[in-house]
Design a protein around this ligand. Structure first.
Ligand SMILES: [Zn+2]
Ligand SMILES: [Zn+2]
Length: 399
């Protein structure tokens, strides 16, 4: 893997930095230690630094030459509310919190690129380094930064983000144009009946019967009424009703999630769900209501920017390290908000199994994201930092 020598020399420092962040995980919008660390580093390298976008977000600006083009490079900084089971020295120092998604590594890779570019400035234009809070758990730190004027204050011609991907070979880059990650949406259906004595069903409207029917009716939204060519998932993950053996409850609640790759499919599914949620209970004499919350939109990579980003990886590391048609997956990611506003691409970098192939995984392969034994692979740090540098240099090529 041909990385930049100077970045390679910074590898021990980047590793120490990454492990320090790993040991001090911070949850959404609470990334004060991490963002202070990021801002201090950026200032130390002479970047113009802006803090407080999306509460704890940090933006670093680096200019060179007289070019007007601007590229945005983004890393996420937040950790997860989960326990860590690793025993290595840099394991989480805070119980119930863990960098289980590798955002510690994303932050360190982007800092590595900022350090290199700050001393070389061999490009023509502006690089906007975006350190984003609160990607996890539907907190939409990306949107929070935009609401604080991210792209009004720092307009970007294109924006890019990287996520590490366990199970993909180390140093393998993955690209995909078009819909790549799913929209994430949560919903509640409240069914109102008439409560009563379990021995007198004729004097009640039983919401449990309605709920049971609704479980099946909702699945027909996926199997019968959406276009079969649209990928979508509707999962009912909670049913709550009743407290006693001999009481018919007055209410039942269903909750769950919907994932889609397009807004059109999502509109259709939400409308179909609403129709079922309101009319099906009426068949039984009850009423029903749907509350549908759209958390993250589908992540749709831009055609041209994705081809450009893939070409940069091929030129830097060779075609054998580049997968141009990575399969999509149903996870969600709030970088999708950026891509609704600005052209760009979200790409993936193989994390391998990082020596974390677990016995407890019983043939399930490498340790995945959000697993308590996951760790970001430090081998990727110079590779990711080199890629960021090459991408910025190519996008802001000197005339
Ligand atoms: Zn995650
Ligand atoms: Zn993540």
């Amino acid at each position: 893997m041909k990385t930049i020598d100077e970045i390679e020399r910074a590898h021990p420092d980047l590793t120490a930095l990454r492990r320090d962040i790993h040991a001090h995980p911070e949850l959404a919008f609470q990334e004060t230690r991490t963002s202070t660390l990021v801002a201090e580093r950026l200032r130390g390298w002479g970047l113009e630094v802006h803090t407080g976008l999306g509460k704890t977000g940090v933006v670093g600006i680096l200019r060179a030459g007289s070019g007007k083009k601007t590229i945005g490079l983004r890393a996420d900084m937040d950790a997860l509310p989960m326990p860590e089971h690793n025993r290595f020295a840099h394991k989480s120092t805070i119980s119930g919190r863990m960098h289980g998604c590798g955002h510690d590594g994303h932050t360190a890779m982007l800092l590595g690129a900022a350090q290199y570019l700050s001393t070389h400035r061999d490009f023509d234009g502006t690089v906007v380094f975006i350190f984003q809070p609160a990607e996890e758990g539907g907190n939409a730190g990306a949107r929070a930064m935009m609401q604080d004027g991210l792209f009004d204050r720092f307009p970007c011609d294109a924006v890019f983000g990287i996520h590490n991907m366990p199970g993909m070979p180390v140093n393998q880059f993955g690209f995909r144009a078009g819909p790549t990650m799913a929209s994430s949406n949560r919903w509640d259906i409240v069914i109102k009946g008439v409560g009563g004595h379990a021995a007198q069903p004729h004097a009640s409207v039983d919401p449990i019967i309605v709920a049971a029917d609704m479980v099946h009716a909702l699945q027909t939204v996926i199997s019968r009424s959406k276009n079969p060519l649209d990928q979508a998932v509707l999962s009912i993950t909670q049913i709550h009703a009743g407290d006693a053996y001999n009481v018919i409850p007055g209410e039942a609640v269903l909750r769950g999630t919907v994932r889609t790759y397009s807004v059109e499919a999502l509109d259709k599914i939400e409308a179909d769900m609403r129709r079922i949620a309101t009319t099906l209970p009426q068949v039984y004499g009850g009423t029903g209501e749907l509350d549908f919350v759209r958390a993250y939109p589908p992540l749709v990579n831009w055609e041209q920017e994705t081809a450009f980003a893939a070409q940069v990886a091929e030129d830097a590391f060779g075609a054998e390290h580049v997968l141009r048609d990575m399969p999509p997956f149903m996870g969600a990611e709030d970088f999708s908000f950026f891509l609704e506003a600005v052209p760009g691409s979200y790409l993936f970098l193989g994390n391998g199994d990082g020596g974390h192939r677990l016995e407890s995984y019983h043939g399930m392969g490498p340790c995945q994201l959000h697993n308590p034994n996951y760790d970001f692979n430090d081998e990727l740090l110079p590779v990711g930092a080199t890629y960021w540098v090459k991408l910025a240099q190519a996008f802001l090529a000197k005339p």
